[in-house]
Ligand binder design. Structure first.
Ligand code: FE2
Ligand code: FE2
Length: 292
């Protein structure tokens, strides 16, 4: 089997880590040709914009992850981890690229993105990033990677994305699978160069606060844009509240975040404790992209 393997102790039981080799895949999703409607997720503006807003955070966020790891790259001697770091840069770069290609479609649909992106990038990376130590930036990155892997697992184990426009469903599933593939890279770098538990925990809560704030602001931005287009948001919100499928998914998401926080707080936690590499592998195999 491809990848690194190490036997580790986790809460009294012994498991075998099997981080896969990280392959970079150029996807080139046909967003423009696909005729994606404005409300591409269950016809719901709220659900669509929750997802659109998350996507707005990715490209600049992923560049931050790359910078955070790059700062310490020279201190890493292990050739296997160095190879995974390179794969991680490549995958995150491709994710940002594909989401930015989708942004063009959103702009063609009439949404203004620039003012939100300028505000988010200036606050998160122009101001906050500069005030935080390199170790804390890496801890925040490791925590955000833990969340993206948890969201990825959620995406690949639920049939919820079947309700999305198929091309966006494909985009999200591909991103989900690769987040699982490289989920332990930033964590392993953090443990190799710092590893202090309290830094890891502060990074977790800073990551949670940042993600929550910027995701909420992005969603509000889209809903303001939607209101300008004359959409009846009150009726849409009522429909969303009363939709049992959406209620279930909301519950599932809240539970997923709660569990992700709790497992990360365990002092002996390692991302490979959660056995989901096979989940990513089988999805990538199903689209014929397991090997790149
Ligand atoms: Fe990513
Ligand atoms: Fe990632």
């Amino acid at each position: 089997m491809d990848g690194s393997s190490a036997t580790v102790e986790t809460t009294g039981t012994t498991t075998t880590r099997q981080a896969p080799k990280i392959k970079v895949r150029a996807m080139g999703f046909p967003f423009r040709e696909a005729g994606i409607p404005r409300h591409w997720f269950m016809g719901s503006p709220h659900l669509t914009h929750l997802s659109n807003a998350l996507q707005l955070l990715f490209p600049a966020g992923e560049q931050f992850f790359i910078r955070s790891v790059k700062h310490y790259e020279k201190q890493i001697d292990d050739p296997e981890l160095r190879a995974r770091i390179r794969g991680f840069y490549g995958q995150e770069g491709r994710h940002g690229h594909e989401h930015e290609r989708f942004f063009k479609v959103l702009e063609e649909q009439g949404y203004e993105l620039e003012s939100f992106l300028a505000w988010y990038q200036d606050l998160a990376f122009g101001k906050l990033e500069k005030r935080v130590s390199p170790a804390m930036r890496l801890a925040i990155t490791a925590a955000l990677e833990h969340f993206t892997a948890a969201m990825g697992r959620n995406a690949l184990t639920s049939d919820f994305l079947d309700e999305a426009h198929p091309i966006i469903g494909d985009l999200m599933r591909w991103h989900a699978a690769e987040e699982i593939e490289h989920k332990s890279v930033a964590f392993d770098v953090f443990m190799a160069v710092d590893g202090r538990y309290h830094v890891r925990v502060i990074g977790l809560f800073a990551a949670l606060a940042g993600l929550t704030r910027f995701w909420a602001e992005g969603t509000k931005h889209f809903l303001r844009e939607e209101a300008k287009m004359g959409t009846d948001l009150k009726a849409a919100a009522k429909a969303a509240r009363e939709n049992p499928r959406l209620q279930l998914e909301r519950k599932r998401r809240a539970e997923m975040f709660r569990n992700a926080v709790l497992e990360y707080l365990r002092p002996s936690f390692h991302p490979d404790d959660v056995d989901d590499y096979e989940l990513a592998r089988s999805y990538l195999a199903s689209i014929g992209r397991l090997d790149g």
